[in-house]
Write a protein that binds this ligand. Sequence first.
Ligand code: C5P
Length: 223
Amino acid sequence: MTSQVPIIAIDGPSTSGKGTVAKLVAEKLGFHYLDSGSIYRTIAYAGRMQNIPLDNEALLLKVLENADLSFKNDQILLNGKDVSEAIRSEESGRGASEVAVHKALREAILGFQRSFEKPPGLVAEGRDMTSVVFPHAGIKIFLTASAQIRAERRYKQLISKGNSANMASVLSEIILRDKRDLQREISPLLKTKDAIEIDTDTLSISDAVDNITHLFSLKSQTS
Ligand code: C5P
């Protein structure tokens, strides 16, 4: 089944640039944007705030049940509080990949993620957008880059925000997160057969955005 609403689904490993690329593609096309990673980050953040071990799925489901999670412009609100900055920490990223292994929790947020499928269109990014959440997306992209390049980008980001960072530990954190995302049983990160791979090792963000919008216009002409 192909959706009536145009969907561009973008998956890829952490720091591949998919967040920036997806957001710019959405802006360019005037589409809605879903950053699915921020949902996992917010659940991890909410769990930590309540001292809940992130391997306890039953308790995390309770946290989710009682949480009012919403997106407002560029802000992510948890029970009305803006947590956009707080969930960007390395700790929340790590926590997100720990909570993301829980099957029932992933199922519990499917409906919320799919509620973003609205006219005039959607650009959704994460790990299972192409495979599980929007398998009917008209355009599927696997955006990737080598672990070394991704670590360099993340290191620069951290330093530019005034954080202290160590290149070796940034790289090992990225490798660990990749491993967890690729090897987990439920909805692992994978490149679906119908996804187009874009490698951002040597490609600029704006070129990646242009490639995707070009693919979209070609697809719109033929359907
Ligand atoms: O994309 P981001 O780095 O914000 O994602 C944080 C973590 O959330 C990922 O490492 C992954 O474990 C998890 N995630 C996921 N499925 C998604 C999006 C994110 O499992 N669709």
